[in-house]
Structure formats: structure tokens, C-alpha cells
Write a new protein. Structure first.
Length: 360
């Protein structure tokens, strides 16, 4: 069984794919769980109280340890928290002390140890991610109730299996850039074709850029975040079609005349050839998904969508705001092809798709 986690908006560049034994079924109905929160952030505590049936709180590590000792001494029914959430502001030394105490008791060996990182800088987040004793970093203000409950259930399942069957569990934390000869050859093909296309289409792209600058009064390029191979977040390039000049917006128009034309013809997608050159995209592959879609496609059947580099020539664009790919749909057949000859055939037989709105 493979379980995957997509990074939140701030905790980025964190890919993890868990391979766990299929010894038990993950429940689909998530029940209210217990928690133990250590810290002083009232808003976080109130949010946890809303989402969980009951739990414990402590303002310091010393207080938390004393409370857990009392819980473990109950003769009739030993009570332990389902998860530990400690604020990062407590400091590394205090967190290590708490972790040592918790895991000195075998009964709590599979309790997830979570650090709440709201307010931390990117550098601090990166530092905390390097500590092996921390099972996960959460920013509670970014989670809705269903998302938080699902996250906790995943962490409990992962930790329980990892403690009880460590030999059968694997964690993949990085991708080899070229896992096989095919991927290396395909990258070479992408570089060669995208370079030729950029040189050939340079005059057209320069004219479009000039027209956009005169028509919109704003930047020539528009960027949007997309999720690529290994859940890596990158900036997707497109020609800007939105009017930026306040005076030009007085008539109520938001899309420029040039923008309407290049959208209709698909020419606004040409800058994606830069993404191919940079390695963010391939000329063939599944559609590069925006964050709101990617966050709903991390089920076991859909995770393979992120195992290969997305492309600019395959995809089902949907401009209605709905998911272009249903959350329960497995990887598209075209994306599952592993034959380099098929990729060459696809690019040769569907050239118009390269400038089609597949990544809109």
C-alpha cells in the first residue's frame, strides 16, 4: 500500500511516499480522536477542541510529562493520547526531552509526535524537518476539520505500521532525476525540440510580448504555481492576458484584446516551452495540476500522476473551476505509457496540442 502526502502552502519541497504492508484496511470513516497539545496558543487549542471528542493540554513540557505519568498510573484503564502536538516555540531541547520520555514507554511507541510550526520562517521549518524524531510538521491554521482528521489518521496508520513492521515499510524522500535510460533519452528529446521551437517561434513570441505590453500595461508573462513530478511545486509560465492599467479597466474589461486573441488560438501557452527547457515540464505527459486539484489527488490510485514529469501536450483542460480529473480516477492511460517511441509518436501526431490550453 502506498500513501502520499502533499506539502501545504508553506511547507514546500517536501516529498514523501510511504510504502506500507497491506495488513489492515485504512478506515474510510474518520472518528473523533484524542489529542495532547503542549503550548499556549489558545486559537490552536480551541480548534482542536472543535475537531476532536476530547483531549489534554499543557503549557509546558514539564507539565505535560507529569500529566502523562498520572495517566499511565491508572490501574483500571490506562489512557494515552492518540497523538502529541507540541509548539515549535518550546525549543528543540524541550521537544527532545518530551520525545525521550514518551518513547521510553513501549505503550506509546506508535503515538505520532507532531510539531506545530505556525509563524516559523522557511529556514526554521527546514531545520525542524531534519529532526528524525519529529513525525510531521503542521500549520494548524491551514487545515480544515476534515483535512486535519484525515491527516491524523494517516499519521497514526503510518506510525503504527512503522513501529510494528519496520522491515516491511519504506519511505522515499527524493526522486532520481533520471531513473532509467528512457527518462534520460526523453529529457534529451525535450531539450532538443523545445530549443528548436523557442528559436523558431522567437519572432512570434516577441511580437506577442510587445502587443501585450502595449495592450495591458502590465507584465508580459503570467506565472501560476503547479505541482510536478515528486510533488515539486514550480512556476508555470504563460503570456499575460489580464489588463493591468487602471485607466484601461474603466470600461469594465479585464481581458485585453490581445489576450482574447491569443487565448482563442492557444498562443498564450507558448511560454510553457521555457518550462520544458528548465525541466519542469515535458513535451508529453499528464497535465500539470494546480495546488487545489493536486491536494485532492493523493489517494493510492491517483498518486502515480505525480511519478512522472507533467507535459504540455496531454491533458483535459477544464475552465469551469471543476476538477479536470476526478479525485478517485487513476492515472490516465496516456500518462501510463512507458514507451519512448509512443512519446515520439504522440508529439508527431498531435502537434496542435502543444499550444492547446492543456495547462490553463
Amino acid at each position: 500500500m502506498d500513501l502520499t502526502i502533499l506539502p501545504t502552502k508553506k511547507i514546500i519541497d517536501t516529498y514523501k511516499r510511504y510504502s506500507l504492508p497491506d495488513t489492515e484496511i485504512v478506515p474510510t470513516d474518520i472518528k473523533r480522536l484524542q489529542f495532547f497539545y503542549i503550548g499556549t496558543q489558545t486559537l490552536h487549542i480551541e480548534k482542536l477542541k472543535e475537531h476532536f471528542e476530547f483531549g489534554y493540554t499543557a503549557v509546558s513540557v514539564e507539565s505535560a510529562i507529569n500529566t502523562i505519568k498520572r495517566l499511565l498510573k491508572k490501574q483500571d484503564e490506562v489512557t494515552i493520547p492518540a497523538m502529541i502536538i507540541a509548539e515549535s516555540i518550546l525549543g528543540t531541547e524541550q521537544l527532545v526531552e518530551l520525545h525521550k520520555f514518551i518513547y521510553s514507554h513501549k505503550i506509546m511507541a506508535d503515538v505520532p509526535f507532531i510539531v506545530e510550526g505556525t509563524g516559523l520562517s522557511n529556514e526554521a521549518l527546514a531545520r525542524f524537518k531534519r529532526y528524525a524524531f519529529i513525525d510531521d510538521l503542521l500549520l494548524l491554521n491551514e487545515f480544515t476539520a476534515p483535512d486535519l482528521l484525515q491527516k491524523v489518521t494517516f499519521l497514526k496508520t503510518m506510525k503504527r505500521k512503522w513501529v510494528r513492521q519496520p522491515e516491511a515499510c519504506q519511505v522515499e524522500t527524493s526522486f532520481r532525476r533520471f531513473p532509467d535510460v528512457r527518462s534520460l533519452l526523453k529529457r534529451g528529446l525535450d531539450l532538443a525540440i523545445s530549443s528548436v521551437l523557442l528559436v523558431t517561434l522567437a519572432p512570434v513570441m516577441l511580437l506577442i510580448a510587445l502587443a501585450i505590453k502595449l495592450d495591458t500595461g502590465g507584465p508580459v508573462l503570467y506565472t501560476t504555481q503547479r505541482t510536478g513530478r515528486g510533488y515539486r511545486i514550480f512556476q508555470l509560465y504563460k503570456f499575460n492576458t489580464i489588463i493591468q492599467d487602471a485607466d484601461k479597466k474603466k470600461n469594465g474589461a479585464t481581458i485585453s484584446k490581445t489576450g482574447l486573441l491569443i487565448r482563442k488560438t492557444g498562443l498564450d501557452e507558448l511560454p510553457q516551452l521555457l518550462n520544458v527547457l528548465l525541466g519542469d515540464l515535458s513535451l508529453s505527459g499528464p497535465r500539470a495540476l494546480p495546488m487545489y486539484e493536486a491536494s485532492r489527488l493523493t489517494t493510492n490510485t491517483c498518486a502515480n500522476n505525480f511519478m512522472i514529469t507533467p507535459g504540455i501536450s496531454i491533458g483535459n483542460a477544464d475552465h469551469t473551476g471543476k476538477l479536470a480529473i476526478p479525485a478517485d480516477m487513476p492515472m490516465a492511460d496516456a500518462a501510463d505509457k512507458s514507451d519512448l517511441l509512443y512519446d515520439i509518436w504522440l508529439m508527431a501526431n498531435k502537434p496542435p496540442a502543444i499550444i492547446h490550453k492543456t495547462n490553463a
